[in-house]
Ligand binder design. Structure first.
Ligand code: ADP
Length: 486
């Protein structure tokens, strides 16, 4: 597996969670997995297993491979190359990416393949994630196509978020050892630029994305970000597999970040987390505040996650029967807005900006409702964590949110959350108000909480689907036909 992030080594979002958990689930099914990712700044122990010079377009990098056991049958190989990876952040500072990202991730791809090609028995499958790993599949089918150990390997590419397309000026082609023959519509050219995402799509046997609904959506102009045609052309080899959640890490029955454990039959103990959450964010523990439903958010503060809709509703939010808690990082304009709301209504809005894993857990445990009004959502993890924590999701019915949440039906008293379809402030508000009203009916509220907690979103089922994708990819590779139906 080639990835730019994986828990516990590096994470900025869902990709890190997936690349950390899927390998463990695959190993439980009897497979051997090597996860290759950069060795970023920070204390990262491990054993040096090899040193290799890797040359890209005449520039030689001295690369060390540091092994770290993750579990039985699973190891991480951290690619150590300080001049490229020993930096304060993974991808760039603030909103500006590192200008040499193409070579940083080309080296990741090359290092992964060099490592895989060393012995006689290379991998059966090279599974690359997102644009940062797209070149692994391009190189596999070009520079490495005759390398023993790798020549039979099938390529699987997973799109975690289509809006990040790895677009760079074409001048990078020769600088990454990419021949101009690849700079075509069937290759990696995209509107005059080079797209590493397109490389992953066009050079893999099978493409997956992280929910069945998103797999369909990205083949339409509304969600395709210009890639709908490219993906439609490969539609027969494209499928959606829902992400799982790592229930060893996200489980209120043994979450070290919660003051008291709780489960479906001990939901009253969730109260300790509510109090701790309010307290942590500086909200007063008055009877009035304690009685109000707490609406939580843990999110990148970007348009994708619905922050523009929330901005349209900002003043109205303060009039609802709710307390809002937000943990987020992202665009300054949204931080300013939410800080302003908190300053205006310090007993109704608590905010924390930055990345804070313990607080993310406490919000899942302490909130009553979890809000995800995304414009688009490939899968989304937090709504699945929320189900597990008895924190009722209010979501927009897109992508993985639509696949994982069943809308509450008052007639049948069934459902796991609240969904709205239109991307409008009114639709969001109306859905949220339904949830807030149901909170005032304790019996029904318990029912919706328990229905969510009973859902199984652990990785095992999804990992089995990946195994079947790997098998199909191997078949296609043997047939030598990437475009056959499977
Ligand atoms: P995305 O990958 O698009 O950001 P996901 O819902 O798939 O969204 O995954 C986000 C992951 O990152 C979740 O595990 C979530 O808890 C975590 N996360 C997001 N923002 C923060 C933050 N500010 N602090 C801690 N964890 C965060």
């Amino acid at each position: 597996m080639v990835t730019s992030e994986a828990v516990p080594f590096a994470k900025t979002g869902g990709l890190g969670d997936v690349a950390g958990a899927l390998p463990l689930a695959l190993a439980r099914l009897g497979h051997d997995v090597t996860v290759v990712l950069p060795r970023y700044r920070g204390p990262q122990a491990g054993t040096l297993v090899e040193r290799l010079p890797i040359t890209i377009a005449g520039r030689t990098f001295d690369v060390a491979f540091v092994e770290h056991a993750m579990a039985d049958r699973v190891r991480a190989i951290l690619v150590d190359c300080p001049e490229l990876y020993d930096r304060p952040e993974l991808y760039g500072i603030g909103n500006s990416d590192y200008p040499d990202n193409p070579v940083r991730f080309a080296l990741l791809a090359r290092a992964a393949l060099e490592f895989g090609a060393r012995g006689d028995q290379g991998p059966d499958v090279v599974h690359a994630h997102d644009w940062q790993a797209g070149l692994a599949l391009v190189y596999l089918k070009t520079l490495f196509k005759d390398r023993s150990g790798l020549s039979g390997a099938a390529g699987v590419f997973t799109i975690h978020n289509l809006s990040y397309q790895g677009l760079f000026p074409p001048g990078w082609m020769p600088a990454l050892d990419l021949g101009w023959e690849l700079f075509g519509i069937e290759g990696i050219e995209y509107w005059g630029k080079m797209s590493l995402l397109k490389g992953g799509i066009n050079f893999s046997e099978i493409i997956t994305t992280v929910s069945p609904r998103y797999a369909k959506e990205i083949q339409t102009p509304e969600f395709g970000f210009g890639f709908d045609g490219i993906l439609k052309r490969r539609g027969k080899q494209l499928c959606g597999i829902l992400n799982g959640i790592d229930v060893a890490v996200w489980n209120p029955e043994h979450d070290p970040y919660l003051p008291e454990p709780y489960g479906p039959n001990t939901l009253a103990a969730k109260d300790a987390s509510r109090r701790a959450l309010l307290d942590t964010l500086g909200l007063p523990l008055t009877p009035e505040v304690l009685a109000r439903p707490i609406v939580g958010m843990v999110s990148r503060m970007v348009v994708q996650k619905g922050f523009d809709l929330l901005a349209d509703l900002a003043d109205e939010l303060l009039t609802l029967d709710a307390t809002f808690v937000l943990l987020g990082s992202g665009e300054a304009r949204y931080q300013t807005l939410w800080q302003g709301l908190s300053d205006r209504a310090p007993d109704r809005v608590g905010v924390r900006f930055g990345f804070d894993e313990p607080l993310a857990h406490l919000i899942e445990g302490g909130a009553d409702i979890f809000l995800m009004p995304s414009r688009f959502e490939p899968c989304g993890l937090n709504q699945m964590y929320s189900l597990k924590y008895g924190t009722v999701p209010v979501v927009r019915a897109v992508g993985g949110l639509d696949d994982t949440i069943d809308n509450w039906n008052p007639r049948t008293n069934s459902g796991t959350g609240f969904k709205f379809r239109d991307y409008t402030p009114e639709a969001l508000r109306s859905s949220l108000e339904k949830a807030l009203a149901l909170f005032r009916k304790p019996k029904s509220w318990r029912a919706v909480q328990r229905a969510g907690m009973a859902k199984d979103h652990s990785w095992d089922a999804s990992a089995a689907e990946y195994v079947s994708v790997y098998e199909k990819a191997i078949t296609l590779r043997r047939m030598g036909n990437r475009t056959a139906s499977v």
